[in-house]
Structures are given as structure tokens and as C-alpha cells.
Unconditional design. Structure first.
Length: 263
């Protein structure tokens, strides 16, 4: 997975941890689990210990799952993998990671005593499957949500991509190179570097008005002037930009690439 994907995943987790609603929901979930005592904890733990155990589970598994899931999804997204592979891979990764965290918390709750093989057999089938189901559901829901939280850009479009570039830090306002999806964000690459804006790719493309460009993938748009070369890769193609990055051209957009004279 790329450093960019990991940095964005960390940013997402930090943003969540700063939200008071997260702590309120986590506390409510911990109380409900502590009182109900699922997975045999009602019989094996006293009320105080049970509440502490489930509070530890909730407060460790939620950030871990979100971090791992976001990192995996973004890593695959940057490589242009199909959505269902992203979701399933993230689900498996989260399921395994959460299982390890649950096992660690359980061992600590037992005073350092390792679980028996029977205990492991009871824990491992269910926990990874729950992680897969929850992660895939969250990913699918997020994908269908329209996120347009970026502030309105200036209305003037006297210069190419003026509206889009106005959203960037001053030092990044240069010749536009490409736009790429980064979860809820769009990564804007110019000749002076990259910046993330909280905007849908389709809206970012609309604000790149005046720059001759082409969407080559559901996650990528490129400036035609920044294309160095294109090569076929089976049913798809790979486009190399002047900055050295290689971006995939999906079969959906291959006719557009041919029409633009790149193939």
C-alpha cells in the first residue's frame, strides 16, 4: 500500500477520533455489550469487569478496523482495482486485524493467560466474518454517498481550471496534471505537487474547465498535455504521464482514449 493511502487513512481515523459523536456512540455500544454480555462474557465476567472488557474491545477494534480498511481500499484504488475486490480485500484485512485485537484484549483480561484451542476455535470463525460483513457494508454505503463538503470555489473561470486551482494551497496552483479519487477526496496533481480536496471527482473535473483532458478510469482524469505515452495492456491500456506516473485506462474509457488519438 502506498504512503499516500496510509497518510489519508490516518487522517480519516484522526478526524473520527476528534468527533464527540464517535465517543458517545462508542460509550453507548460498550454499555449495551457490557450489560448483555454476548459471547459468554455474561457468565464468565463480573459486571464491572464485563463493562471494562467490552469498552476496551469497542475502543480498540473500531479505530483499528477503520484504519486498516481505509488503507487497503485506498491502496487498491490507486492501482485501479475493481470495487468488489477493494471491498472484499478490506473486509478480510479488517476481519483478521480485529480478530487479533480481540484476542489480545481477551488475553489481557485473563491476566495474560492464553486462550485454549477451544477458545480460539470459538472466537476466530465469527469475528473475521463479522469484520468482513461490517466493512463491506460500510464501504458500499460510503461509495453510494455523495460527498461535496468542499467550500464553493470562485465563480470566475477566466483562466483554465481557475475554480479548481483556487481550492489548492497557493504553492500548488500551477499547471494541472491529473485528478484521482482518494476515498471521499480528490487528489489534485499539478506541476508543483499534490493536494487533497474534499470534492467528488466529477465535480473536480467540471471545475477543471478550460484544460483539455480526459477521464481514463472511474478514479482518474488526466490533462492531455501531460501524457507522455500510452501502451496496451491486454483489454486495457496504461497511460504514462510526464511526471513518470503510470495510470490505468479501464475498458469503459478505452474508446474515448482512442477517439482522442492516444491509441
Amino acid at each position: 500500500m502506498s504512503d499516500t493511502a496510509l497518510q489519508l487513512a490516518l487522517r480519516e481515523v484522526i478526524h473520527i477520533l476528534r468527533n464527540p459523536a464517535y465517543w458517545a456512540i462508542s460509550a453507548a455500544v460498550a454499555v449495551v455489550l457490557g450489560l448483555s454480555g454476548p459471547f459468554g462474557t455474561y457468565e464468565t465476567l463480573q459486571p464491572g469487569a464485563r463493562l471494562a472488557y467490552w469498552a476496551a474491545i469497542v475502543l480498540t477494534t473500531a479505530p483499528t478496523g477503520w484504519l486498516i480498511g481505509t488503507w487497503v481500499i485506498l491502496g487498491f484504488e490507486l492501482r485501479g482495482w475493481p470495487f468488489w475486490i477493494e471491498a472484499l480485500s478490506a473486509g478480510v484485512a479488517v476481519g483478521v486485524a480485529v480478530s487479533l485485537v480481540v484476542h489480545g484484549v481477551t488475553v489481557l483480561a485473563r491476566g495474560g493467560a492464553l486462550l485454549s484451542w477451544q477458545g480460539l476455535a470459538q472466537q476466530w470463525p465469527g469475528t473475521p466474518l463479522i469484520g468482513v460483513a461490517v466493512t463491506c457494508t460500510v464501504v458500499w454505503t460510503n461509495r453510494r454517498a455523495a460527498v461535496t463538503a468542499a467550500p464553493p470555489a470562485p465563480a470566475s473561470v477566466s483562466e483554465p481550471a481557475a475554480r479548481l486551482l483556487a481550492r489548492l494551497p497557493f504553492e500548488r496552483r500551477a499547471t494541472l496534471v491529473s485528478l484521482s479519487v482518494q476515498d471521499h477526496y480528490t487528489e489534485v496533481t499539478t506541476t508543483t505537487g499534490r493536494a487533497l480536496i474534499l470534492l467528488r471527482l466529477s465535480d473536480a473535473i467540471a471545475e477543471a474547465e478550460g484544460v483539455p483532458g480526459l477521464q481514463i478510469h472511474r478514479s482518474h482524469w488526466v490533462s492531455l498535455a501531460q501524457v507522455a505515452r500510452v501502451r496496451r495492456d491486454g483489454a486495457r491500456a496504461v497511460l504514462t504521464l510526464k511526471d513518470g506516473r503510470a495510470l490505468p485506462v479501464s475498458r469503459t474509457y478505452l474508446p474515448d482514449v482512442k477517439l482522442a488519438g492516444l491509441l
